[in-house]
Design a protein around this ligand. Structure first.
Ligand code: PEP
Ligand code: MG
Length: 582
């Protein structure tokens, strides 16, 4: 049994057989082979290994000829490994004694060798581990032949373990077969993690290197609540997790009806809880959980998996679905937030290999630099606004000039629509995300020029603490409990109160129940959260009284270390609403 810790990205527990995605997406379909097939399986292994050796000989010959002996030597080293009788004997004995399939046995033996090499302090030998992975890949390619399977062609439930999944791969996961996933890379608020939440698949990211410890087919537990990946769990552990999963399911089921109750504090202050969505398909999740509206529609996901431009009609159709699902409730449509780790299929179109995309031409900057793209979207938003309580929101605003330019374009577009005689609503509320420290610092000035603020803590944290939200190597620096974040939120809320501008928090922070009393205590009166969290968040709101929340926020602001804030908030949540603590 092997336990690995990562960053919990999407809640829930799943237990199932591992599907390991290497760079070539090989899947080992069976861990075991039948007793009467052992000898024929060994023959299949030898045949595949022989093919690998022939290929390597040919590659060595070509490399010698074209590049010189020193390059040919690389393949010679691979050949020596492939021809090592001890290696073959090792794999064969696993097939005979344990009845492992040749694929599983080969992967197990080769990965074990690679791991030993990696652990050596000699860097030359440690690098040879890569050669072993190459050999493994070649051997699996021959063993699996046509059976190589893609993620999109799954036929049985699996737990996906991968180095990384792009947002589009994640969006394409088939919920029927993918029980959960864990990745070596990624951060808590990376868009892969956000999409896992959207799909409601338990997920852990940022586990660090662990794929060498798995071959595929082993039983794996993904504990998305606590960020644990357990490979080959023992019976006692399995039983414990099955029990936990049942308990967590019953807590979720128990809280479910609360989603449909009014989100109001003990002393009668309403704190509406909206849903964050990426796709119109999530509207059903929001409706079932009792969302009070849509507080953040991330429209850039319209571009996911497509290199094609989106037309005004494409936008309009998607937005219409959202407005029709919540006809008399607020729907906040955020304009395109393309860039950084989002929607990689568009990278070629928009980014031209910028060195640091998180600080580059992304989001509103990109929209302002491509006016045709932006106006197409703005036209659709103004048109759909005629159908419901639609509000428009600009992301990543960092200066007043930028906000004014965006508002000016909105105005131009409404003039065009009026001239064309197209039905639209021009006086819809205009809001902005506060997710860049400069916007928080200038909140007083911004508050005079917008109808609402929505604090995007996901980006606000990364830009304030200089910690990339998608990079596990700096995940310990990326912390919503940091006193600097608390102070920035306080600044924004205070400025907004002065100008009577409503403030929502729509970053992941508001989906975490322990932050709800703090945010309410700081003066936030609307929350927008991942649909799964709506019942929990409402349960906390309904257990709170405003003076109690204010006092809690004051005490939190006195703490000057993130870990102290975190411990304090956990303890308070346990007192305020123990039923949401798993
Ligand atoms: C945020 O930054 O907090 C936010 C809600 O926007 P996104 O996660 O889409 O960047
Ligand atoms: Mg953001």
């Amino acid at each position: 049994m092997l336990v690995k810790r990562g960053i919990p990205a999407s809640p829930g527990v799943a237990i199932g057989p591992a599907l390991v995605l290497g760079s070539e997406d090989f899947r080992i379909p069976n861990q075991f082979t039948k007793v009467d097939a052992v000898e024929s399986e060994i023959l299949r292994l030898r045949y595949a290994l022989e093919k690998v050796c022939r290929e390597l000989e040919e590659q060595q010959r070509l490399a010698n000829e074209r590049l010189g002996q020193q390059y040919g030597a690389i393949f010679e080293a691979h050949l020596l490994m492939a021809r090592d009788p001890k290696l073959l004997a090792d794999i064969e004995s696993k097939i005979r004694k344990r009845r492992y399939s040749p694929e599983f046995a080969a992967s197990l033996v080769l990965r074990r060798h690679a791991r030993k090499l990696k652990e050596l302090s000699n860097s030359y030998l440690a690098e040879r581990a890569t050669d072993i992975f190459d050999l493994e890949k070649n051997l699996l390619r021959h063993l699996l032949g046509e059976q190589r399977e893609e993620l999109s062609q799954l036929t049985a439930p699996v737990v996906v373990l991968a180095h990384d999944l792009t947002p589009s791969e994640t969006a394409g996961l088939n919920k029927q077969f993918v029980l959960a996933f864990a990745t070596e890379g990624g951060g808590r608020t990376s868009h892969t993690a956000i999409l896992a939440g959207a799909l409601e698949i338990p997920a852990i990211v940022g586990v660090g290197s662990f794929l060498t410890d798995v071959s595929g087919g082993e039983t794996v537990i993904i504990d998305g609540d606590h960020g644990e990946v357990i490979i080959d769990p023992d019976e006692e552990c399995l039983a414990r997790y099955r029990e936990n999963a049942a308990r967590s399911k019953s807590v979720t089921e128990r809280l479910q009806p609360i989603g449909h109750q009014q989100s109001v504090t003990q002393d009668g202050v309403p704190i509406p809880v909206y849903g964050n969505i990426e796709f119109p398909e999530e509207l059903e999740h929001c409706r079932l959980r009792g969302a009070d509206g849509i507080g953040l529609y991330r429209t850039e996901f319209l571009y996911l998996g497509s290199a094609r431009e989106r037309t005004e009609e494409d936008h309009l159709e998607a937005y219409r679905q959202v407005v029709q699902a919540f006809p008399d409730k607020p729907v906040v449509i955020r304009t395109l937030d393309l860039g950084a780790d989002k929607v990689p299929s568009q990278q070629k179109l928009f980014f031209n290999g910028q060195p640091n995309p998180e600080l580059g031409l992304r989001s509103i900057r990109l929209s302002l630099s491509d006016k045709a793209l932006f106006k197409t979207q703005l036209r659709a938003i103004l048109r759909v606004a005629a159908l419901g309580d639609v509000r428009v929101m600009f992301p990543l605003i960092s200066s007043l000039a930028e906000l004014r330019q965006a508002k000016m374009l909105l105005h131009d577009v409404s003039e065009d629509l009026a001239e064309e005689g197209v039905s639209f609503r021009g006086d819809l509320p205009i809001g902005m995300m506060v997710e860049v420290p400069s916007a928080a610092l200038m909140a007083d000035q911004f508050a005079r020029e917008v109808d609402f603020f929505s604090i995007g803590t996901n980006d606000l944290i990364q830009y304030t603490l200089a910690a990339d939200r998608g990079n596990p190597a700096v995940s310990q620096y990326y912390n919503a409990s940091d006193p600097a974040i608390l102070r920035l939120i306080q600044m924004v809320v205070t400025a907004a109160e002065r100008h009577q501008v409503p403030v929502t928090v729509c970053g992941q922070m508001s989906s975490d129940p322990k932050f709800v009393p703090l945010l309410v205590g700081l003066g936030v009166r609307e929350l927008s959260v991942t649909p799964q969290s709506i019942p929990q968040v409402k349960a906390v709101v309904r257990s709170l009284a405003i003076p109690q929340a204010r006092e809690l926020a004051e005490r939190a602001l006195e703490l000057d270390v993130a870990s102290h804030v975190e411990t304090f908030l956990r303890g308070e949540l346990l007192k305020i609403c123990p039923e949401v603590v798993l």
